[in-house]
Design a protein around this ligand. Structure first.
Ligand code: ADP
Ligand code: MG
Length: 299
C-alpha cells in the first residue's frame, strides 16, 4: 500500500525522523489557511499524488512569497499532473502540501528495502540525490552503495560508517546520520514497511539532515496489523480495476497498452510483458492469477 508524502512525513515525526514542517490542503479554499500556518521565508508547494518525478512535471514549486504560493497552489489543485512515473494519462491533484522551504547545500539519496537475494533489510545510498536514481544506476552504478543489515545485530556502527563514507558525510553530521538510520530502521520494521525512499535527503546550509521527500510503501499482507495505516488509504489514488481484482485476490496492475495478459505465475507474467515489449507491443495489464490457480479462480 502506498501513502502520500505528507502522510509519510507525519509518521516520520513520530519516530524523530527530521522532516520540514508543512500543512496539507484538501481544497482550493484550504490553501490560503494552510499558507498562513507556514512561516517561510521559502514556501514549497507540492502536489500530492502517489507517483514521483513531480518536480519534472511541475508538481513541486519553490516560492519566495505567500502570495505566489497561494497562486501556484490554487493552480495546482485539480490539475492533471503528468510525471515520468504517472504514465501518459497523468493523475489529478486532489491535495496540495505546503511546506517550509529548506536552504539546500547538498542532495543525497537514501532508501531502505527488503533485499530478496539475502532476505534481509538493505539500505541503498548515494551521494547523487535529487535526480532519477534509475539513471544513476545505469550511468554511474559505482555511485550507489548497498548495505545489508544483519537482523540479529540490527544497524551497527560499521554499517553506518559504510553509508556515511559513500555519501561523503562530514564527521559533524555523524550523530544526526546515525540517529536517522536507526530511526528509519525501527520505522521500517515496526510499521511493516516494504520500501522507504528519501530522495532527496538533504544537508541544509546550517548543517542539518532533513528528509525532503518521502516515498513509503507498506506490505499489504501486514496491513491488518496497522489500522493507523489502513486509515491513510486514499481511494482517489486507487485504480477501480485494481480494487475489483483485489477482491478476488488477484495480482493485477493496469498498464497503458492494448494487449491484455492473463498469466499464471508472476515470473511468467513478467517474462510475457518483456516479450510483448521486445516485439514493439504494449501490454494493457499485468495479471498474475497465481501459479496454482484453479478453474474457478481463472473464471
Ligand atoms: P519529486 O521526487 O516527486 O520530484 P521532491 O519532493 O523530491 O519531489 O522535490 C523535487 C525537488 O524539489 C527536490 O529535489 C528539491 O530540490 C526541491 N524541493 C522539494 N521540497 C523542498 C523544500 N521543502 N525546500 C526546498 N526545496 C525543495
Ligand atoms: Mg523526490
Amino acid at each position: 500500500m502506498d501513502i502520500h508524502e505528507h502522510q509519510a512525513k507525519e509518521l516520520f515525526k513520530e519516530y524523530n525522523i527530521p522532516v520540514s514542517s508543512g500543512v496539507v490542503a484538501f481544497s482550493k479554499e484550504e490553501i490560503r489557511q494552510a499558507i498562513n500556518k507556514v512561516t517561510g521565508p521559502i514556501w514549497v508547494v507540492k502536489a500530492q499524488i502517489h507517483a514521483g518525478g513531480r518536480g519534472k512535471g511541475g508538481g513541486v514549486k519553490v516560492l519566495s512569497s505567500p502570495e505566489e504560493a497561494i497562486e501556484v497552489g490554487e493552480k495546482m489543485f485539480g490539475m492533471n499532473l503528468v510525471t515520468p512515473q504517472t504514465g501518459r494519462k497523468g493523475r489529478i491533484v486532489n491535495r496540495v502540501y505546503i511546506e517550509n522551504g529548506s536552504e539546500i547545500e547538498k542532495e543525497l539519496y537514501l532508501s531502505c528495502i527488503v533485499d530478496r537475494s539475502t532476505s534481509k533489510i538493505a539500505f541503498i545510498v548515494s551521494k547523487m540525490g535529487g535526480m532519477d536514481i534509475e539513471a544513476v544506476a545505469k550511468d554511474a552504478p559505482h555511485e550507489i552503495t548497498t548495505v545489508i543489515i544483519e537482523p540479529s545485530q540490527g544497524v551497527t556502527d560499521k554499517d553506518i560508517n559504510k553509508m556515511s563514507e559513500a555519501m561523503e558525510l562530514d564527521n559533524n553530521l555523524a550523530n544526526q546520520f546515525s540517529d536517522l538510520i536507526c530511526n528509519l530502521y525501527r520505522f521500517f520494521i515496526e510499521k511493516d514497511s516494504s520500501l522507504l525512499e528519501i530522495n532527496p535527503l538533504i544537508i541544509t546550509k546550517d548543517q542539518k539532515l532533513v528528509c525532503l521527500d518521502a516515498k513509503v510503501n507498506f506490505d499489504d499482507n501486514a496491513i491488518y496489523r496497522h489500522p493507523e495505516i489502513e486509515n491513510l488509504r486514499d481511494p482517489n489514488e486507487e485504480d477501480q480495476h485494481e480494487k475489483e481484482a483485489a477482491k478476488y485476490d488477484l495480482a493485477y496492475i493496469k498498464l497503458d497498452g492494448n494487449i491484455g495478459c492473463m498469466v499464471n505465475g508472476a515470473g511468467l507474467a513478467m517474462a510475457s510483458l518483456d516479450i510483448i515489449k521486445m516485439y514493439g507491443g504494449e501490454p494493457a495489464n499485468f495479471l498474475d492469477v497465481g501459479g496454482g490457480a484453479s478453474k474457478e479462480k481463472v473464471t
